[in-house]
Every structure is written in C-alpha cells, then in structure tokens.
Design a protein around this ligand. Structure first.
Ligand code: SAH
Length: 257
C-alpha cells in the first residue's frame, strides 16, 4: 500500500482565525490529526466526528512523529499540527529526521504548510516593534545547552538586533529571564523599550509595554509569553511600540502634511 500524505501544519498563534486557507483545507482532508493536546483542542471546532484525533503530551514529540509515520504507512492522510509555524521550534525537522533514519524519505509524501509564528502576532499586537533585523532566542535549555543560549544573547545584544525571547519562563525555569536580562544589560541601556505578551490571539491575552530592566518583573511571564526587546531605534508613544527603520533619515516624513 502507498504511504498516505503527511501534512505538517502550523496552526498560528491561537485560535483558528489565523489558520491559512490551505491549512484549513489540509486539516479537513486529514483522516488522522496528530499534535500536542492543547493545539488539537484549539482547532477542535473545525474537526469532524469521523476524524481520528491523537493528542499527545508536551514532551512526546518523537512519539508524535512516529505515530504520523505509522498512520501514513497504513495509507492514512495525516495532519501533524504545531502552534505558530511548524518549522519554528516545531515538528518539521524532527519528522524529517525520523523519516530519514527509517530510509523513507522518498516513500512518505510530506507537505509543509506554514503558519503565523507567535512573534508576528505579538509584534502586530504591540504596533511595529520589529521592522528591521531581528533574532529569536528561546530560553529553554531542554535541547540547547545554556552556554549556547548565553552566547547568543550576548551576540544579539552586541549585534544591534531587535531581540525576541521565546520560552521566557516555565514551572521549572524561573530564573532564566533575569539571567538573560542581566546579560542584555551588559550592552543595552536599561530603559530600552520592551513588550511582554501572553497568550496573544487566545483567551487571556495580555500585553504590557515596559523597559528592559523590568521584563522579569511581571506575573504574566509564563511559557505562553513572548518578550520583544527593541533596538536602538525603538521608541514608545502613548499607544504603540515603534522601531524606526530609517525612513526619517532618508526622507522628510513631515513633507506634504
Ligand atoms: N512554533 C511556534 C513557537 C513554539 S515555541 C511559533 O512559530 O511561534 C513556544 C513559545 O512560543 C512559547 O514559549 C512562547 O514564547 C511563544 N508563544 C507561542 N504562542 C504564543 C502566544 N499565543 N502568545 C505569546 N507567545 C506565544
């Protein structure tokens, strides 16, 4: 029997409003839907009774991919869903590695459908904090050694990037954001604008615009929170966080007004 297609789908930062049309069609086409239980819950409204749902726990990523390959071997069309984009701290790479290890690369048809990453939704909620070169750093040391995380924080700060921090805090990791902040403060001034955004586009969304020295002082920092620290051209007005990209240096923004 031929292997069924595996769609690897980014479902966006929250509810199904941010799913692309293509992702929606692929989810509806799938006979089996596999993913972290809370992502499956988020798309529950568009799933039908007939579809097989295989929810998994948080750290079961390998099992999820193995289940996807097994169902594909049974000829089923599979939707492997991740929040945000599946290629950003998501399931895409692991699935390909597992398929490769089993020498099935040319046998299992895989299609990747991109999703809106959480940091895009956070930026949209705050105004325009990115606009220029940026980098994303996860503070989770589950798969990346903490020394590497520190090295990347220092490089990002000295490189002048807008810095996006994922996984700023978890039940087990309570101090990392403070350590990260102190590293950033080695080369960034303490009143640099920052935004802290929890559960963006989901129920319980909260957004706080603050400064670098205070990013670790809010209860809303959990594993569902993203922090964005501006670059040297970032400022805040009474509504938005804005990173000037440099138009004002090149053109007269007051002209014709
Ligand atoms: N694949 C996802 C990222 C997964 S890593 C993406 O493309 O964005 C998980 C981290 O993403 C969380 O720890 C948090 O920092 C961030 N995140 C995910 N959803 C979020 C949301 N709705 N609001 C704020 N941050 C979110």
């Amino acid at each position: 029997m031929d292997y069924g297609k595996i769609y690897v789908i980014g479902t966006g930062p929250g509810d199904t409003e941010h799913l692309s049309k293509k992702a929606l069609e692929a989810i509806k086409e799938a006979q089996t839907v596999i993913g972290y239980s809370s992502y499956i819950k988020q798309i529950d409204g568009i799933l039908s009774e007939e579809q097989e749902k295989l929810p998994f726990n948080m750290k079961d990523e390998i099992k999820r991919c193995e289940a996807a390959v097994k169902k594909s071997a049974e000829g089923k069309t599979v939707a492997l869903v991740s929040g945000g984009d599946a290629g950003i701290y998501g399931m895409s790479g692991l699935l390909l590695e597992i398929i490769d290890k089993e020498s099935l690369t040319r046998k299992v048809p895989v299609e990747f459908i991109p999703g809106i990453p959480a940091f895009c939704a956070v930026a949209a909620a705050a105004g325009a904090p990115i606009t220029n070169d940026f980098c994303v750093i996860s503070l989770s040391n589950l798969l990346t050694p903490w020394e590497d995380i520190e090295r990347r924080l220092r490089a990002a700060a000295s490189g002048g990037f807008v810095i996006i921090i994922y996984n700023p805090r978890s039940m087990k990791r309570k101090e990392e954001l403070t350590i990260a902040k102190n590293i950033l403060l080695e080369s960034i001034e303490k009143n640099r604008p920052a935004v802290i955004a929890k559960a963006v586009t989901r129920r319980g969304e909260e957004i706080i615009i603050t400064t670098l020295e205070n990013i670790d002082k809010f209860d809303i920092v959990t594993m569902n929170t993203t922090v964005i620290i501006g670059n040297e051209n970032t400022y805040v007005n009474d509504l938005y966080m804005i990173t000037k990209r440099g138009y004002g240096n090149k053109y007269d923004l007051n002209k014709n007004r």
